[in-house]
Ligand binder design. Sequence first.
Ligand code: SF4
Ligand code: SF4
Length: 60
Amino acid sequence: MRPEVNIESCIACATCQAVCPAEPNVFEVTDVSRAVNPEACTGCGSCRDNCPTGSIKLID
Ligand code: SF4
Ligand code: SF4
């Protein structure tokens, strides 16, 4: 699994980065969140479940 961020609705709050347990962290947040290390994703769902704008979905 890996997260896909909707950059139209992302508000760059960095919650996804804060809750991601992967090492290295899957996300890098600047103007929007980007999944820069998708191979590290364990599919835990925390980013999707905690994103306040519903901007993340997990895809295969
Ligand atoms: S938690 Fe959601 S709104 Fe916040 S930076 Fe991540 S994708 Fe964007
Ligand atoms: S599903 Fe879990 S491991 Fe994957 S990016 Fe989201 S928080 Fe990180």
